[in-house]
Design a protein around this ligand. Structure first.
Ligand code: HEM
Length: 167
């Protein structure tokens, strides 16, 4: 029982780190760095912050998946129930299935944002090849970031619904 409480607490802590980090970047750091006074340092700083948060974000996601699997096992759902399809039955199973589909989308969007769009935006901004293309890629990276935040909040709501249902 104590391990179950630890696992759920760690799950919620990792969700706080993952979503809180993105909210802080989107609502505090990026708007400040867009001010003209910080134009000269904005690109290297966004790059450095992106690299720093990348590992924190992936560690939080890995913790969410690992503790999520432990939480499921405490609720009697393991590989056997996944194989027979019993895991996806009823209210809990339907919400869980939707939650896991969105988590898979988050992993793909985070990979695309961190490994493709982010580094490409920084590289192009440093090389100054074509300002219109740089703007397009940076806008793409920004939208991937916003999509990631939206998906993550949806997964958080589904997590709460898993535990409490809808009155
Ligand atoms: C971005 C990823 C995720 C976020 C933000 C997230 C968030 C949450 C939140 C906020 C809760 C509610 C806790 C409560 O209300 O007490 C929860 C519960 C839960 N989550 Fe997740 N979760 C994520 C990924 C996962 C994954 C990948 C799994 C399964 C492999 C999972 C399985 C569960 C389970 C089983 C519970 C119920 C815990 C209990 O027994 O009380 N979650 N999640």
């Amino acid at each position: 029982m104590a391990w179950y409480v630890c696992s759920v607490a760690l799950h919620i802590l990792a969700a706080c780190v993952w979503i809180g980090g993105m909210v802080f970047l989107a609502l505090a750091v990026l708007p400040v760095l867009r001010r003209p006074a910080y134009q000269a340092v904005a690109v290297p700083l966004i790059h450095a912050l992106g690299l720093r948060f990348r590992w924190i974000g992936w560690a939080a996601l890995a913790t969410l998946v690992a503790t999520g699997v432990v939480n499921l096992s405490y609720r009697g759902i393991g590989w056997a129930q996944v194989r027979t399809g019993a895991a996806w039955q009823g209210w809990f199973g339907h919400v869980l299935a939707l939650k896991l589909v969105l988590v898979a989308l988050i992993l793909v969007a985070a990979g695309a944002h961190d490994l493709l769009l982010g580094p490409l935006a920084t590289r192009l901004a440093n090389e100054h090849p074509d300002p219109a293309r740089v703007r397009r890629i940076r806008r793409g990276a920004a939208w991937a970031g916003r999509g990631l935040l939206l998906l993550s909040v949806a997964v958080l709501v589904l997590g709460v619904m898993l535990v409490r249902g809808v009155p």
